[in-house]
Design a protein. Sequence first.
Length: 143
Amino acid sequence: MKKLLFAALAAASFVTCAHAQSHASGSFATPTGTLQFVRDDRDFVAILDKDIFDRFDAKTLTHFDDVGNDGSTVTRTLVQTAYGPVLYDLRRHPPLVQRANMRMTVKRVYWQPDEVVMQGPEGWFRFKNGTLTKLQATKTTYH
C-alpha cells in the first residue's frame, strides 16, 4: 500500500513537466534548424537542415519532445528505437546523440534541466550524461 501511495504521489508531481508522445515525422523547429524523421528502407534517419545526423531501426516512429521556453521549438527529443531510447539534444550543432543501450519501451518521459526521467515496463529510470540508471524509491521531487 505504501508503494502504491508513493507511486501515485510521484506521478502527480511529474504531471506538470510531462510531454505527450508523438508519431509525427516532422518538420520540427529546433534552436539549430529544422528536424525531420524520414523512413529509409527499414530504418529511420534523423535529419537536421538536410544533413543526416543519425540512423535508427524502429518499426514505427515514436518520440517524446521537450519544448523550449518559447513553446515553439523542440530542444530535446527522446526517440524509441528497436535497441532502446535515444536522446537527441538539439540545443547544440551538431546535435548530441546519446543511446541508452537498454531495450525498453518508454511509456512516459519527464524532462529535467540536466536529465530525463522515463518510465518503462521495469520501472522508472534516469538518463543523465549518457548513463541510464534505475531509480529506487526516493524523496526527490522532479519538476
